[in-house]
Design a protein around this ligand. Structure first.
Ligand SMILES: NC(=O)c1ccc[n+]([C@@H]2O[C@H](COP(=O)([O-])OP(=O)(O)OC[C@H]3O[C@@H](n4cnc5c(N)ncnc54)[C@H](OP(=O)(O)O)[C@@H]3O)[C@@H](O)[C@H]2O)c1
Length: 390
């Protein structure tokens, strides 16, 4: 062997099983993305409810569906208990063209049920892509709103807006988060055609590079697991077009950061082990904090519900940040990336932290405003994301 060659820590005999595992996961992701896109494009032919989840694609088992099937007879059976029928006309919010007239709607019907009835006449607009409003430019009605309780009388006029092709949040998050995980590892293992033939499958001699890989992978594995097992989202879907924007952001930044951190000419941080240790402590504390907040938010919402409550600190000290900010999960997320930037001393990481911070500040301000609007007794000391400042 060439004594001048960089050390090979990843013998070629390990490549076949690794490659097999990557292919299975990759196939799962793309099978799901393909099925979801097909379902979005041809909702009449591929029932949206059967678009498989990531797990179902790699395991062959369907684990969840987005929409319960409509049973028209159900509304009729309830008629005698709840008085006379209502009439509902649905107009296009832009053109005011009449799209549908439902002449026998039970007064206790929910908006979700009306959406299901509308889909019967317009199968291209499955319920998740419908927005129904009382006013053409007003807010969308909630799925659980009941017809009888709306200010409409016995003949209701609802305005329809098409939200565009939809994709499940779980699909979105899995695609967004699995991408950076694998992309980073390609650079870490220095697969061919990245740094030149001489460096194929070689490993860095700097400990910080290995530590950075562990931290980065841990972060995205945590997010994937939280998406599957912790978060209780209130919206089942989001517009398909968002996935392209979000993936460009997450995948692009992951590749950019990984390229520099795993580069054979990478320079370790100026203050050596001390800087790395401090950064690691920040990273670990913020990851624990972020996870604790996600658990606290999950406990606010009983399974299967969409309840929204004021989050308060619990016995877990990491949640005490709720005393000072409305979205401490974002505060901890930004903290994790600052820790990672200090650890790697890498400019693209600092930029990713800055862009993430800007985006999360915008969201945190929006969430803070909704809390203030929704809850009169909302704690006045809280700021959106940074205590006492922002
Ligand atoms: N690096 C980045 O650029 C970046 C950007 C964004 C997010 N993230 C990471 O991704 C995580 C999740 O982001 P997110 O925007 O989905 O966070 P989020 O809006 O705070 O929501 C997290 C979960 O908690 C639920 N929730 C929030 N407030 C609630 C309340 N008052 N009552 C009941 N349930 C509530 C949400 O349900 P709903 O479905 O009802 O909202 C959602 O399921 C973040 O904490 C962060 O770690 C990273």
């Amino acid at each position: 062997s060439d004594p001048g060659a960089p050390p090979t820590f990843f013998p070629r005999r390990h490549l076949t099983p690794l490659f097999g595992a990557v292919v299975v996961v990759w196939r799962g992701l793309w099978a799901q993305a393909g099925a979801s896109a097909l379902a979005a494009a041809l909702p009449g032919c591929v029932p949206w409810a059967r678009a498989p989840s990531f797990l179902s694609c790699i395991t062959g088992v369907t684990v969840r569906s987005l929409q319960a099937p409509v049973r028209l007879g159900e509304l009729g059976r309830r008629r005698s208990q709840h008085g006379p029928w209502h009439e509902v006309e649905i107009l296009d919010a832009k053109t005011r063209e009449k799209l549908c007239f439902l002449d026998k709607v039970e007064p206790h019907a929910t908006i979700a049920e009306i959406k299901n009835l509308f889909t019967k006449t317009h199968p291209q607009w499955y319920p998740a892509r419908q927005s129904l409003r009382l006013d053409p430019k007003g807010k969308s009605l909630k799925d659980e709103d009941v017809l009888q309780k709306l200010p409409v009388g016995t003949t209701a006029t609802l305005y329809f807006r098409d939200l565009g092709a939809q994709i499940s949040w779980v699909t979105v998050f899995l695609t967004e988060y699995a991408g950076p995980l694998f992309i980073y590892l390609l650079f870490y293992f220095r697969v061919p055609f990245i740094y030149g033939h001489k460096y194929d499958f070689t490993s860095s001699r700097h400990t910080v590079v290995h530590l950075a890989c562990i931290c980065h992978s841990f972060h995205y594995i945590k997010r994937l697991l939280e998406t599957l097992f912790v978060h209780r989202f209130s919206h089942g879907t989001m517009p398909l077009r968002n996935i392209f924007k979000n993936c460009t952001y997450y995948w692009g930044f992951a590749a950019w950061m990984a390229y520099y951190i795993n580069h054979p000419l990478y320079t370790p941080p100026t203050y050596g082990a001390q800087q790395v240790k401090l950064a690691l402590a920040i990273f670990v504390i913020c990851q624990l904090g972020n996870f604790s907040i996600h658990m606290a938010l999950r406990d606010l919402r009983p399974a299967g519900s969409k309840t929204r409550k004021i989050p308060y600190p619990t016995k877990n000290p990491f949640t005490w940040l709720f005393l000072l900010v409305s979205c401490p999960n974002y505060t901890y997320e930004v903290g994790s990336w600052i820790g990672f930037a200090i650890m790697t001393q890498c400019l693209p990481v600092a930029l990713f932290s800055l862009v993430g911070f800007t985006q999360m500040t915008i969201w945190a301000k929006g969430k803070h405003r909704s809390y203030l609007k929704e809850f009169r007794d909302y704690p006045p000391l809280r700021m959106p994301i940074i205590p006492f400042l922002l």
